[in-house]
Write a protein that binds this ligand. Structure first.
Ligand code: ZN
Ligand code: ZN
Length: 331
């Protein structure tokens, strides 16, 4: 067991502050602060909760930083353990909030749904999506946070984040969310990987908050892993767990894990035509299907659906005509 992390000065104007995710086995989000001529810029902000807010403010102050001086928050993706506190930082300091336009669209959609009176479902969906970890997802359904703050700035692949005197490049890595980004600190030989590449767990890959027939999040994720493999960065700074060095090795390992899962699903489809739920129940998970909560089962079914979608895209699986519910077979 590693000890719980503490706020750290990592050198070269980069700081790390662990911000707790109350009640979550994931433990904490690693919020990073980067020095800039206009004041520190945060990479992610943490879960919206009074204890998390106290830890962020307190952690920054032990490092000699004041939350009221923060000039911006760049969010790796819209999930509440990353974007949750961004709005509170903005209120305290007047900072801008930036994220990829695809995730900004989702946050606006959530706010629209809350206004339309379907907010409960949205809050639940947003709470569930805090997780990372392959069938062992982190859920916060009891907490039901409001949707994260709408950003002031939208980013696209290849953009430089507004960080005077430094070069922080946006690398679009869709998969875990449609607008997930990694941030390559080109002047510091470091990369912030959010939930895209974590040292010991894999992020949840489901069908996003909306299920469109033309989305293939797992296919996107595998492409995003290949993309990140080519980036040369000495140190990897993920949003959970701990820092590590071998970015391309870890990206290949996560890709291989999903290729094995695709083989597993293909094998199950070979036995007989199956519904999504039959497949999800037959796949191997960290805890047995019978022992899973209904939320864990839904997360697992989301993962199964993403793998099925990729197999359909690759021409390995197809839908069995005319069935209700839909059954899947090998092509
Ligand atoms: Zn996430
Ligand atoms: Zn996360």
């Amino acid at each position: 067991m590693r000890p719980s992390p503490i706020p750290e000065n990592l050198g070269d104007g980069v700081w790390s502050v662990p911000v707790p995710i109350p009640g979550s086995p994931l433990g904490y989000t690693l919020v990073y602060a980067l020095e800039s001529a206009k004041g520190p810029v945060l990479v992610d902000a943490g879960w919206e909760h009074p204890d998390a807010w106290a830890a962020l403010r307190g952690g920054l102050s032990t490092l000699g930083l004041d939350v009221t001086e923060v000039s911006g928050v760049v969010v790796t993706h819209y999930h509440p353990d990353h974007a949750g506190l961004a709005g509170r930082v903005r209120e305290a300091s007047g900072a801008w909030i930036a994220m990829h336009h695809a995730d900004a669209d989702i946050i606006r959609l959530f706010h629209d749904m809350v206004r339309d009176g379907t907010g409960h479902a949205v809050r639940l969906a947003s709470a569930r999506r805090a997780g990372a970890g392959d069938g062992d997802q982190v859920t916060h359904a009891g907490e039901q946070p409001d949707p994260p703050a709408v950003p002031d700035r939208e980013l696209a692949d290849g953009d430089l984040v507004d960080l005077p005197g430094r070069k922080l490049r946006v690398v679009w890595t869709p998969g875990h969310s449609p607008g997930h980004i990694c941030l390559h600190l080109e002047d510091g030989d470091r990369i912030f990987t959010g939930d895209h590449v974590l040292p010991r767990i894999t992020p949840h890959i489901g069908l996003y908050p909306y299920d469109l027939p033309d989305v293939d999040p797992l296919g996107d994720f595998l492409d995003s892993l290949e993309r990140i493999e080519d980036i040369e960065a000495g140190e990897v700074l993920p949003a959970h767990q701990y820092r590590f060095n071998d970015l391309s090795g870890r990206a290949r390992e996560i890709g291989a894990h999903h290729e094995e899962r695709l083989v597993e699903v293909t094998g199950l489809l070979g036995d007989r035509p199956s519904t999504l739920w039959e497949l999800a129940a037959a796949m191997k998970w960290r805890s047995p299907w019978e022992a899973m909560s209904s939320i864990s089962r839904q997360m697992a079914a989301g993962e199964a659906a993403a793998h099925l979608r990729t197999l359909e895209r690759r021409g390995v699986a197809r839908r069995y005509d005319g069935d209700d519910p839909i059954r899947f077979v090998l092509r």
